[in-house]
Design a protein around this ligand. Structure first.
Ligand code: NAI
Ligand code: MG
Length: 359
């Protein structure tokens, strides 16, 4: 009898509930195929929680997440709440939940599916075989450092400070080494150690820890060079780890290798195996309620949950293979279809993926 895994499900707003419903079908199918047991608990979050509970992150939703082994999140937000005061905005709930759950890294895979590589702006032969993960530090660096204005000799000056302490670097770097160990065992650590003191601390820390992971092949890459290499040789990367601002920029660059935002999954991790999994896209109010959203980003977020939180590597692979085979057979939602008149809906895509799952 497999151990029961608790998953907190917060569907959110707009297309959130539509894409999460398809991901839940995939969870059920995995139980059937592998004998795993998932206990799903549902909670209100985002705009819908503001409407029903008067706050984007109700205490009971947070407690439900804290009890769980992993969280599956759809998306939040929409025009209805855009002009609300800050404490009554869906995005405030997102920041709040990440903070309350101690999530200090954001993980974004960029996988190029062979049959979609013509859809990218890069040459197909450059993209061939690309399957990488960007691990971005989320709670430190220049975004959180002291900021102020002052009068200088030549008028007003603005100051942003970038601070990292050795523990912050160490925990994210260890996490990246551990993820690399579960993948192709190659880690690129990205910094600007030729210029920045925080980057020198970063690099020293990486080098000090590296001998504990002798099976992982480590390379140091300067951030400007990394931006170039991602376009020149994306398939040579496996895991990329970097600080907050560099990761913000590089993860968006890497995302564009793959084409549609409807395909991109993500994870936010803290200490231990707990993680929050969600598609990169938002609540897409422009297509909400029409049943046409692409559920693949959310379905691939479940695959990521299996790999990173539960250690169900084979089940994760089964999901990825099912997505691949459905795409190879030519099925497309509107966002990735060349011929929009042949596009299929959210439910159809989910059903096809579930049907294609096999061991
Ligand atoms: P968005 O990602 O929701 O939509 C951008 C464009 O991509 C839209 O044209 C949308 O139709 C399309 N799109 C997104 N996901 C898709 C999918 N699965 N299938 C097909 N097409 C898809 O970003 P936008 O429009 O900037 O934001 C909309 C709302 O979502 C805002 O309220 C924003 O604050 C919120 N948002 C929430 C996020 C979250 O919950 N983590 C992340 C980003 C935005
Ligand atoms: Mg960004």
């Amino acid at each position: 009898m497999a151990e029961v895994k608790k998953i907190a499900v917060i569907a959110g707003d707009g297309i959130g509930p539509e894409v999460v419903a398809e991901a839940v079908k995939v969870l059920k199918k995995t139980e059937e195929l592998f004998g795993y047991k998932f206990e799903l608990e549902y909670g209100l979050f985002g705009g819908i929680a503001i409407d029903e509970k008067g706050t984007p992150l109700p205490q009971e939703t947070l407690e439900m997440c804290q009890r769980a082994d992993a969280v599956l999140l759809g998306a939040v937000g929409g025009p209805k709440w855009d002009n609300n005061p800050k404490e009554l905005r869906p995005e405030t709930g997102l920041l709040g939940i990440r903070k309350a759950l101690g999530l200090f890294s954001n993980i974004r895979p960029a996988v190029v599916f062979d049959c979609l590589k013509d859809a990218s702006t890069l040459k197909p032969e450059v993209l061939e075989g690309t399957d990488l993960i960007v691990v971005r530090e989320l709670t430190g660096g220049i975004y959180f450092g002291e900021k102020f204005r002052r009068e200088g000799a030549n008028g007003q000056e603005a100051v942003d400070t970038c601070v990292y302490n050795v523990q912050e670097v160490e925990r994210i770097v260890r996490q990246a080494f551990e993820i690399a160990q579960k993948r192709s065992k190659r880690l690129a650590s990205v910094d600007k150690a030729n210029v920045l003191e925080t980057s020198r601390l970063w690099r020293e820390t990486v080098n000090r820890i590296a001998p504990e992971y002798p099976d992982v092949e480590l390379e140091h890459v300067l951030v400007d060079n990394c931006a170039m290499q991602l376009l020149r040789r994306p398939s040579s990367f496996d895991v990329i780890v970097t600080e907050n601002m560099f990761g913000d920029i590089l993860s968006d660059e890497a995302a564009m290798l793959t084409g549609s935002i409807g395909m991109l999954s993500s994870a936010s991790l803290g200490e231990g195996s707990f993680g929050l999994y969600e598609p990169v896209h938002g609540s897409a109010p422009d297509i909400a309620g029409q049943g046409i959203a692409n559920p693949i980003a959310t379905i691939l977020s479940v695959a990521l949950m299996f790999q990173l939180t539960f250690g169900y590597a084979e089940a994760g692979q089964v999901i990825e293979n099912a997505v691949k085979s459905v795409l190879d057979a030519g099925h497309r939602t509107g966002d990735i279809a060349v011929d929009k008149s042949k596009a299929i809906g959210t439910k159809e895509m989910g059903d096809l993926i579930v049907a294609a799952m096999s061991r």
